[in-house]
Design a binder for this molecule. Sequence first.
Ligand code: FES
Length: 103
Amino acid sequence: METFVSVAKVGDIPPGKAQQFKVGKTLISLWNLNGTLYAINDICTHEEEYLSEGEMVDGCCVECPAHGAIFDLATGAVKALPATEPVQTYPVRIEGDDIQVAV
Ligand code: FES
């Protein structure tokens, strides 16, 4: 069974922004895409840059700041090279004022 942990408060991450969190030993980034929250592993699968330092692009995705790989925030799928492996995605839920993620 998934264990959700609180990582932020509702409203902490404005639309169009992302923030990095450490959950256990895992670095994740939490993204607000037009009010919908997505959690992904924050380490690019190409050369381990922080994706949370990248930009949202195409209304769906994050572009890695290092070499421009693009990942779908909802599925983690690679949309543009040079990355070839998807990033892990994690379930997100709102509990009261808390944003919770299951890693
Ligand atoms: S480290 Fe992300 S594209 Fe190279």
